[in-house]
Write a protein that binds this ligand. Structure first.
Ligand SMILES: [Zn+2]
Length: 414
């Protein structure tokens, strides 16, 4: 089995390196925007899309010309990668079965990043020493930028595939993607469990286990809302606005770090104890709407929630799903996603679906047979039952096959 992992390090570039990095991501943004406008004009004239090869030829012309000659002062591979990425984005936008959003022009300071796709060009020195033999910061070699120091927060396991350099919250980061071949694992457990995402709990399992929501960042959330209000009053893209934006980004990063730690703990425990985990296949769109609430569960504090819901609660949910997906796969288990319809209203004893069955947040009470249970545990049991229903093409041991029919799909790591 092939395991792909990414580790992200904070870079400590020298001022001149920071300048070079800024210029390099600026060039990548320029190439993306220029190529996108070329493609758009081709589309408007009914000429179809230019291929990556055609666009790469354009890039060579730009780099060798006078007007855009500045491009040649920055590394070429990230610029070519931008063209490849754009080609894929355009193809995805015209994909009839599952069309994605049409690519947009990139703005300075928002998602500044570039990828070095060729691992041959990247060198990493993990134990460098100074002239006196003392060990100093580890460093990474980036073409045209040079050796950049970084903070080694975790180990790099496997062979390097590519490196993405990005700027976020006023800092530079390098995300290193690695690949490692390992023998196919066998999961030590033989149990299957269903999980329900609740309002009161982060996750409730069908065996009764409950994971409490993260409360550690409640104060940070309040601060975030305050800072966001301040941002709204500033002129967009002004210096003040950018500073405020960076402040908010750093706050987001802190919240994200706390959330990530908790989700890692939860997903590790679950994936170690159970071979099969069944979750609801909740789409982002459904989740954004959930602040307003549903008929079965009207929302509270709608105004307060709607802004934070998407960024904090729901991202956490998607992340938990993703973590469980790859951790189970690495352990030899699998994650199943099922249709979420009515999982909180079905009675597991008599099978009747009734919105009245869940009158309160905490208790499930069947109006027909009188069965009573903890509402979230009941929903988790319904989710588990749905996941274990046999369907065509279900491969319990496979781990990666997509399954058709009502048993849902197997979630693979993105
Ligand atoms: Zn019943």
């Amino acid at each position: 089995m092939l395991i792909r992992k990414a580790v992200r390090y904070r870079l400590e570039p020298l001022p001149e390196q920071e300048h070079l990095l800024s210029r390099a991501v600026g060039c990548v943004r320029f190439v993306w925007n220029r190529a996108l406008s070329v493609q758009k004009s081709y589309l408007e004239h009914g000429c179809g899309l230019l291929s990556y090869v055609d666009m790469a030829k354009c890039l060579t012309t730009w780099r060798n010309g006078v007007s855009f000659g500045f491009l040649s002062e920055s590394p070429v591979h990230p610029q070519q990668w931008a063209l490849k990425f754009l080609e894929r984005a355009l193809k995805d936008a015209f994909d009839k079965s599952n069309p994605k959003r049409f690519p947009t022009f990139k703005k300075k300071g928002l998602h500044d990043s570039m990828r070095y796709p060729d691992p041959e060009q990247i060198k990493i020195d993990l134990r460098p020493q100074d002239a006196d033999g003392r060990s100093v910061f580890p460093k990474i070699f980036l073409p045209r930028i040079g050796w950049v120091k970084f903070r080694k927060s975790c180990i790099i396991g496997g062979e390097i595939r590519n490196v993405t350099v990005s700027r976020s919250g006023g800092h530079w980061y390098a995300s290193i993607q690695t690949e490692k071949e390992v023998p196919d694992p066998m999961h030590p457990a033989a149990t299957a469990v269903g999980g329900d995402r609740g309002v009161a709990n982060l996750l409730t399992l069908s065996d009764g286990t409950m994971f409490l929501p993260v409360t550690a960042y409640r104060d940070l959330q309040k601060r975030l809302a305050k800072e966001q209000k301040r941002l709204a009053k500033k002129v967009k893209f002004s210096t003040n606005w950018k500073q405020q934006k960076a402040k908010i980004t750093r706050l987001h990063q802190r919240i994200a770090a706390i959330r990530k730690t908790v989700l890692h703990q939860v997903s590790t425990v679950i994936s170690k104890n159970h071979a099969v985990v069944v979750l609801e296949d909740l789409k982002v769109r459904n989740m954004t709407a959930s602040a307003k609430g549903t008929v079965e569960q009207p929302g509270r504090n709608i105004r307060q929630k709607s802004g934070l819901n998407k960024s904090i609660l729901d991202q956490g949910w998607g992340m938990l799903k993703q973590m469980l997906g790859y951790k189970l796969q690495w352990a030899g288990g699998m994650l199943l996603l099922v249709d979420p319809a009515y999982t909180s209203q079905i009675c597991p004893v008599c099978g009747v679906v009734d919105a009245e069955n869940r009158k309160t947040q905490a208790v499930f009470h069947c109006q027909h047979c009188g069965h009573e249970a903890h509402a979230d545990v009941n929903a988790a049991q319904n989710i588990l039952a749905r996941g274990l229903r046999p369907a065509k093409g279900l491969h319990p041991a496979g781990g990666l096959q997509s399954t058709a029919g009502h048993a849902g799909v197997v979630c693979s790591p993105a």
